[in-house]
Ligand binder design. Sequence first.
Ligand SMILES: CC(C)(COP(=O)(O)OP(=O)(O)OC[C@H]1O[C@@H](n2cnc3c(N)ncnc32)[C@H](O)[C@@H]1OP(=O)(O)O)[C@@H](O)C(=O)NCCC(=O)NCCS
Length: 243
Amino acid sequence: METSIDMEIYKINILDKSEVLAVSLCQKDEYRELDVERILSAKELTTYKGYQHRKKKVDFLLGRSMAKCAIDKLSACENFAEIEITNSVFGAPIVIGDNMANLGVSISHSNEYATAVSYHRNFPCAIDTEVIRPKCEKAMRSLLECNEASIIKGYNELNILTVMWTAKEAASKVLNIGFTVDTKIFEVDKIQKSSDCLIGSYRYLKGFQFVSQKIGNSILTVASPIVNNKHMFVEQFKLMSIK
Ligand SMILES: CC(C)(COP(=O)(O)OP(=O)(O)OC[C@H]1O[C@@H](n2cnc3c(N)ncnc32)[C@H](O)[C@@H]1OP(=O)(O)O)[C@@H](O)C(=O)NCCC(=O)NCCS
């Protein structure tokens, strides 16, 4: 489906599997362009209209739009209004639509961007996006575990703290539980530079990696399963380098 959103979309192949996941993102100033009735299901439209605050409306609409654009890349759905994204009791997005039982989606909103990743359920992924903000530095630092404090040395502090934060949120989303648990379980184990990305692993979530990129003044991080020790984004997802 064509939308009037100016967005970037990446369809990513992993090893011999094709079309395993798709990432979409757009800037929030695209909000005014959208035709809500073509994008939202009837139930979503009711939710959207019920929001009083503009920020809630923007997040909901652009988040759903990006999610459906990513889903479209994996399922070639003609009509976005026929896809419904509802939320679990813990807030996790659930895709409802014909022939979509095998698809999952993850959504994130920063003040600059709406982003989403759609994936096949046998390859669970999650996305998180945060603006790099000096006023959050203290709070992000206070959540560092002992080992994490040594990992961040040598990087621009604000950037790397934001990377760590998004890595934890993405991990919480990939498990569908959010921050309902002690955040220690999302502890970051290692981070390494690879091309323009940072790739990291988790101390306790051994089956997952994350990759972080800078987009505008935000950090975008995707958590995904480790496949043969490789991460898929390095060649295919080039945005801005994190120093
Ligand atoms: C998941 C969580 C870390 C997201 O944090 P955030 O930085 O505030 O928000 P983001 O913009 O990055 O992500 C928002 C999206 O995360 C997704 N999300 C929310 N909870 C999720 C969960 N448990 N698992 C996976 N994804 C989740 C939703 O799709 C949401 O967008 P939507 O509401 O438009 O569908 C946070 O919402 C959380 O910890 N939730 C669980 C705790 C909880 O239930 N809080 C509610 C108390 S009232």
